[in-house]
Design a protein around this ligand. Structure first.
Ligand code: SPV
Ligand code: MG
Length: 290
């Protein structure tokens, strides 16, 4: 099975597919090693890794290169977060084949205006585009993919924008009509209530995608039991883990005035060399270095 087929089959099967965020190939490799079904090529994580806001400050090319690097490192499906599609439906028509060629198995595109503002920030600028305009963008994404198994996910930001459930359902259904294979419904409420109400009311045929960052109480077992959710995305746990670990170790080295105490707590250099794919290079070396 190709990666696109794997993701498509997971969506068709009705079992819950899990995707962990990554901002570089190493994070993606660790997520694959941990047993996640796929990788979330997160714009938030990539922005954070450059220490800039998640607000289209970085170019599409930077994100596309991250997706290419991740896809060539792991063998599980990669879901690319293309924000608002970097422009209008015409831009989307050109961009989707580039993400497909870079090895992504899916794109997620959100119905906000360009440039976007990040979703989880309190009081962000959350402006949505017209429903018809976004339908055109989804249709352009679906039409421009080369492989019919490449998955197009429409992301509804109506709840994030505070427009309520009726608007969110209306948009989800309109995007399904336009050809979306799944609907990502995002919420920044600190309890799952808003999302649970949406899932319960969702009358569409396509599966839903959840990003439970703001409401972490909801477990995979809870989500699977809802019956309508195909994918759960853990949106920023790679970068948050990295920030927490680096802060702690850096502070201890400053406190101790040296690395003697942290050394034993860290993964060994040998482990990092293994993660670099050293074994693979040694095989090439043995075969071709004459
Ligand atoms: C991302 O990880 O880039 C996302 C999810 O889009 S969120 O940051 O919650 O909007
Ligand atoms: Mg994003």
């Amino acid at each position: 099975m190709t990666r696109n087929e794997t993701l498509r089959a997971a969506l068709d099967s009705g079992t819950l597919f899990t995707a962990m965020a990554a901002h570089n190939p190493l994070a993606a490799k660790l997520a694959e090693e941990a047993g996640f079904g796929g990788i979330w090529g997160s714009g938030f994580e990539l922005s954070a890794s450059y220490a800039v806001p998640d607000a289209n400050i970085l170019s599409m090319g930077t994100h596309l290169e991250m997706i290419r690097a991740i896809s060539s490192t792991v063998s599980i499906p990669v879901i690319a977060d293309i924000d608002t599609g970097f422009g209008n439906a015409v831009n989307v028509h050109y961009i989707v084949p580039q993400y497909e060629a870079a090895g992504a198995s899916a794109i997620v595109m959100e119905d906000k205006t360009f440039p976007k503002d990040t979703s989880l920030r309190a009081a962000g600028r959350q402006e949505l585009v017209r429903i018809e305009e976004f339908q055109g963008k989804i249709a352009a994404a679906a039409a421009s993919r080369r492989d019919p198994n490449f998955v197009v996910i429409a992301r509804v930001e109506a709840l994030i924008a505070g427009l309520g459930q009726e608007e969110a359902i209306k948009r989800g259904l309109a995007y399904e009509d336009a050809g979306a294979d799944a609907i990502l419904i995002h919420s920044k409420q600190k309890t799952p209530d808003e999302i649970l109400a949406f899932v319960k009311a969702w009358p569409g045929k396509v599966p839903l995608v959840l990003v439970p960052t703001a409401y972490p109480q909801l477990t995979e077992a809870d989500i699977a039991a809802l019956g309508k959710v195909g994918v759960v995305i853990y949106g920023n746990h790679a970068i948050r883990a990295a920030v927490g670990a680096m802060r702690q170790v850096f502070a201890q080295i400053r406190r101790d005035g040296g690395i003697a105490n942290v050394d034993a707590t860290l993964p060994t250099v040998k482990e990092i060399i293994a993660l670099q794919g050293d074994a693979h290079m040694r095989k090439i070396e043995a075969e071709y270095l004459k």
